[in-house]
Ligand binder design. Sequence first.
Ligand code: PLP
Length: 462
Amino acid sequence: MHSKFKTIIEPFRIKMVEPIKMTTLSERKKYLEEAAYNLFQIRAENILIDLLTDSGTGAMSAAQWGKMMEGDESYAGCKSFYDMKDAVVDLTGYKHVFPTHQGRAAERILFSCIGGEGKIILNNTHFDTTRANVEYTKAEAIDLVIDEGRDPSSLHPFKGNMDLVKLENTLKQYAGSDRVQMCMMTITNNSGGGQPVSMQNIRETKAICQKYKIPFFLDACRFAENAYFIKQREDGFKNKAIKQIVQEMFSYADGCTMSAKKDAIVNMGGFLAFNDDNLAIGVQNMLILTEGFSTYGGLSGRDLAALAQGLKEVVDEDYLEYRIVSTQYLGNALIEMGVPVVRPIGGHAVYIDAKAMLPHISALQYPGQALACALYLEGGIRSVEIGSFMFGSYDKKTGAEIPSKMELVRLAIPRRVYTQSHIDFVIEVIAEVNKNKNALRGYKVVEQPPFLRHFSAKLKKL
Ligand SMILES: *Cc1c(COP(=O)(O)O)cnc(C)c1O
C-alpha cells in the first residue's frame, strides 16, 4: 500500500500447495445429476474452483500453524482460551467471551436464552443460519435494511445500513410489549451482498436501541472487511488504523456473535461475547450443556490458539487491501462484460443478479440455481444461490411459496487461497455461460427438509 506501483500484490508467498483436479463435461453432468442439482451435495474433490463460501475455507498462516502446535489441550482453563479471550477483548472490549464451535452455535445459544414464542429479533438482514435459529425458537426475525440495500444496482457506499426510520417505527410499534428482545447488525451484510455498514449508522442504531432499552449486538463475522470499507469510504477515518476503527465499531454494541471461520481466518471456530452479567449465566449453562466447558466451547486448544492469531492478522491493512482488491477484480471484470452484479462490489464475494441476467426464468423456478448449476457444468466452479431457493418461505395461510426479494448467485472468495489466474479462469467460464444464457432452464424442488432447505433439498430440471 505504500508502493508507487499500481499492482496490489498478495502480501504472502505460498509454502504449501493442494492439487486440484480437472474433470470432464460428462463427468460433471453425472455429478450434478447425482447431487439432484444441489451443489452442496457434490463432493469437493469434483470441484475445480470452489467459491461456495469464504467460511472456514481460508488458508492459515505459518504463524497460525505454529500457534496450533503450542495449543494447550487442558480441559479447564487452558492457556489457549486466555490467549483467545485476550485477542477478543483487545478488539471488542466485552467482558464475557464464550468460545463456540462455529457462528451458528453462538446464535443457537444466544437465541435459546432470549428468543421464544412472541419474541422479536431485528437485524439489517438476518443471515440464513441466524434467521433459522431465531425462528427455531418460534421468535420472529425482522429485516430492516435500507431500501438501497435491496436494489442490486444502487451505488450507495453503505448498502448494509439499517433503515433508522423503520427501526424506530418498529420499536415504537412494540414499545412496552416486551417483545423486541434484541437488535442486531450484520457487518458486513452477507445476505444483502456483502455490503458494509457505516460507523455513523452503527452509532445511530445504538442510540435508538438505547432510547428503547433494547440490547444491540453485532453479527461480526466480517468486522475487519467492514472496517476497511469505513476507512475507504467514510469521512474522518482515512488516517485511522483498522484496529482503531474495529474497536470503535464494537464499542457501540453490547455484544456480538462471531463465526471465526470468516474474519478470524480459521477453519473452525466462533464465539459469543458481551457485557451482560445476567445473560452470561444462561449462556454459560447452555454452552456447557451443548458445546463444552466454558474455556473451550466445542473447540480444541489448538483451534483457540489459531483463532487468537487470526484475529491479529486480519486487521493488517495490507492483507485487507489485497482481500478487497482481489474481490473487486472479479466483480469489475463481470461488470465490463455486462453481467449484472450487486454494486458496489462487496468485501468477500461477488453477487451476480440472476433475476436481471435470466429474466426468462421466473423467481419460483430459481434463476440463481439455474446459473449456479451452469457454472459448475461449464467450468467446475461451485457458487451458491441466495434467492428464492435458499430463503424458500411459504404463506402461513395459503401455503403458497413466496419469492425472495432478490435472486443472487454468490461467488465467495476464500481468504488467501486462489491466485489471479484461478480468478481469470472463473471470468472466462462466466463469459461463456453468459453467451449461452438464453438456453438455461429453471428448476423445481422435489424434496426438502423443514429448515435451511438449500443444504439438502433435491431439485429437478424443468
Ligand atoms: C457464516 C455466518 C454465520 C454463521 O456462522 P457459521 O460459522 O457458518 O455457523 C452467521 N452470520 C453471518 C453473517 C455469517 O456470514
